[in-house]
Write a protein that binds this ligand. Structure first.
Ligand code: PLP
Length: 365
């Protein structure tokens, strides 16, 4: 064992649980097929035009990528009708979360977030010596009133994951606008909208227009989810240029690889693909939730490509032995909880059939 003292802030951190790979699960349970329904990836892949563009750019592998990601920023600026100076591209939007903590969290600073949300917020804040203030949820939804009450003179940033991972819920439009207006301008408000394109509710806030009046607002989006480019690692933040100036000080110089940049440019152009995926996903989400209801399983209302299920019957382990990989969760008061990413019609049918077999006819909640 290396006898070297870890930084105090890092000591208590638990590495992200990556779990067994689909290959390992296949071997372990002697399965012919495994369905990876655990990571909220796009089951429909990505736009075919992206694959062509990558093939055409393979000759650039020996060169460093464009450190200013200029072409993608130009395209995003046209797409959103916003100034180029408001965009920062990251190695996944996760990198931008890390840069925000790196640039803004002093030891002892507080970051307010929901108790069941994306775990990278807390980890990155803690790495910098900050304190995560986690606020219990109301039915799987952010409790904005309570989050507001937790603001102190030590508060540096507030994370709102909307829609929220892992619960799939959104916060109401009016409530979120009021919240943003009430937060003093020296506190960063980070709206993580990784699942923005999947939302079908009318009560969802279009946050971009708020940027012009709120210089403390950061909006995060990604090419990993509906655009289907998770393996390339590319996401972006939209924010006031003065924040980008600070984040650039702590960013890797060549943080986004060139194939990812090219892929994202082309993916952005193919909005037909995005629209098609969102439509199919909404249909599957409705079907799966109807079946969960019929089976008497608890779930949170989802605006994403995944559903958080909870029950008094131990069931997620059985799903995994049947080749359905889900993300297991803990929900106080329930024997079992898990997040399942929606699949194709065939995947979802298999999931429901497996649930029926494992549950029998008993009510599960
Ligand atoms: C997937 C996800 C991200 C990170 O995506 P990247 O692949 O790093 O772009 C960020 N936030 C939430 C809530 C996510 O679910």
């Amino acid at each position: 064992m290396a006898n070297i003292q870890t930084r105090r802030a890092v000591e208590g951190i638990v590495s992200y649980p990556l779990g067994e790979s689909p290959e390992e699960i296949k071997e372990k349970y002697h399965l012919r097929t495994v369905r990876k329904m655990s990571d909220n990836e796009n089951v429909y892949g990505c736009s075919n035009r992206v694959k062509e563009a990558i093939a055409q750019n393979l000759h650039q592998l020996s060169l460093y990528p464009d450190g200013t990601t200029s072409r993608l920023i130009k395209n995003l600026s046209a797409f959103y009708q916003l100034g180029r100076e408001q965009f920062l591209i990251g190695n996944g939007s996760e990198e931008i979360i890390r840069l925000l903590a790196r640039a803004y969290i002093n030891p002892g600073d507080e970051a307010i977030m929901a108790s069941m949300t994306f775990p990278r917020y807390e980890t990155n804040v803690v790495i910098e010596g900050g304190v995560a203030i986690t606020v219990p949820m109301l039915n799987g939804t952010h409790d904005l009133a309570n989050m507001y009450d937790m603001v102190t003179e030590k508060t540096k940033m507030i994370f709102i994951c909307n829609p929220n991972n892992p619960t799939g819920t959104i916060v109401g439009k009016e409530e979120l606008i009021r919240f943003i207006k009430n937060i003093p301008p020296h506190i960063l408000i980070i709206l993580d909208e990784a699942y923005y394109e999947y939302v079908s509710s009318n009560d969802y806030l279009e946050s971009i227009p708020l940027l012009s009046n709120h210089s403390n607002l950061v909006i995060l989006r990604t090419f990993s989810k509906i655009y289907g480019l998770a393996s390339l690692r590319i996401g972006y933040g939209i924010m006031h240029p003065s924040i980008i100036k600070e984040l650039n000080k702590v960013k890797e110089v060549f943080n986004v690889n060139q194939l990812a940049q090219v892929a994202a440019e082309i993916a952005l152009e193919d909005q037909e693909f995005v629209k098609g995926c969102a439509e199919k996903n909404t249909i599957e989400r409705t079907l799966v939730c109807e079946q969960l209801e019929e089976l008497g399983l608890g779930y949170f209302p989802s605006e994403t490509n995944f559903v958080y299920v909870y029950t008094q019957q131990p069931i997620s382990a059985k799903l995994i032995t049947n080749g359905i990989i889900v993300r297991q969760m803990n929900l106080s008061g329930y024997a079992d909880a898990f997040r399942i990413t929606l699949g194709t019609r065939e995947d979802n049918k298999f999931f429901i059939e497996t649930l029926k077999e494992e549950i029998g006819s008993e009510k599960a909640v």
